[in-house]
Ligand binder design. Structure first.
Ligand code: TRP
Length: 330
């Protein structure tokens, strides 16, 4: 390992990630794990802030765990764990709740958005979601957290909580930094290319899921919104074409110039087919590996058990320090 710095990230088991999640972040994780001491988790505790069927939650958690391994992360070398199997998260989250101001939590834009979207279930967990996330990060003394734009405010809050705690008790918690993805691509919706690709889009042709079959991928890309200009070149005025060029470029390694030359005298039909082909090729090895690992139920369970043990070991050290500082009777 080039570097002993700790990189930590958790993903919510909300279903199969999209091509956007993959090209934007997940694809780089195996490489990142070579360079850093990486800790990855399935944030299933966060997932119950939105009502979820028990069987669905279990399946999605297992699927996500398998996906992390299929991405090339090594469960022997990295810590890959399920959040609910490491009780220290809930315990530290409670303590951090008492070092987080009501006003701070009220300002979180994700809380405002989610409570508007799920107005029938604005539970307290939705409100304290960021303190659980702070616990996830601070328990492992993480140096870096790779975050997208949507989680940046939560990471800022985590830093504020850590600094506040340290201000009272001394240097107990490492103050984490965001890790800006170096080669992450921002993939936009296929239906509305000025919006980010998201699987919560009600139009299921707007996104590609990592387990979409080749037929489905072709169909979705064929129906992607372009423009009436019928020429393949990169321009901010052509967000649909620019998005497809971006996808094609990331999947094939070709530059925009190369792509413009390649499709100089061709229409969008040919271009879209080539993009679809490149996505199918890009996802194929991952899909094969994912399927293989999902079938190995005993192996997966063993990895999760070991992962939880390793995570608990690290997390307990921080929790112990925190409890001592706060003054709990040991
Ligand atoms: N809240 C994050 C999301 O929805 C998931 C998450 C939970 C997370 N705990 C974390 C991300 C800790 C980074 C670090 O995307």
């Amino acid at each position: 390992m080039a570097n002993e710095k700790v990189v930590l990230s958790l993903i919510q088991p909300t279903g199969t990630p999209t091509l956007g999640n993959y090209l934007g972040a997940l694809r780089n994780w195996a490489k990142m794990a070579e360079d850093y001491n990486c800790i990855f988790g399935c944030a299933d505790l966060h997932s119950i802030t939105i009502r979820t069927e028990a069987q669905d939650l279990k399946k999605r958690t297992r699927d996500l765990y398998a996906l992390l391994i299929a991405l090339g992360l090594n469960p022997e070398k990295n810590i890959i764990f399920v959040q609910s199997q490491v009780p220290q998260h809930s315990e530290l989250a409670w303590i951090l709740n008492c070092y987080t101001m009501f006003g701070e939590a009220s300002r979180m834009t994700q809380f405002k958005e989610k409570s508007a979207k799920h107005s029938d279930n604005v539970n307290v967990g939705l409100f304290t979601y960021p303190t659980l996330m702070a616990a996830d990060i601070l328990l492992y003394q993480a140096d870096y957290v790779p975050v997208g734009e949507d989680q940046r405010q939560h990471l800022e809050l985590t830093r504020d909580i850590a600094e506040r705690f340290n201000g009272i008790y001394g240097e107990v918690l490492k103050v984490p930094e965001p890790l800006i993805e170096q080669s992450g691509a921002k993939i936009m919706s296929l239906a509305e290319p000025t919006k980010k690709m998201s699987k919560s889009d009600p139009n299921n042709k707007a996104f590609i899921l990592l387990d979409d079959t080749p037929d489905v991928i072709v169909k979705k890309i064929k129906s992607a919104v372009t423009d009436s200009d019928a020429r393949v070149y990169f321009s901010d005025d052509k967000p649909g074409v620019a998005n497809l060029m971006n996808i094609y470029s990331v999947c094939t390694g070709k530059s925009y110039d190369d792509i413009e030359t390649e499709f100089e005298n061709k229409g969008y039909g040919d271009f879209k087919l080539a993009v679809a082909e490149s996505v199918i090729e890009e996802l194929k090895p991952l899909q094969v590996e994912y399927k293989r690992i999902l079938a190995e139920k005993a192996y997966l369970e063993e990895c999760a058990t070991k992962g939880a043990q390793k995570a608990q070991y690290v997390a307990q050290k921080t929790l112990h320090k925190v409890k001592k500082k706060v003054g709990f009777w040991n």
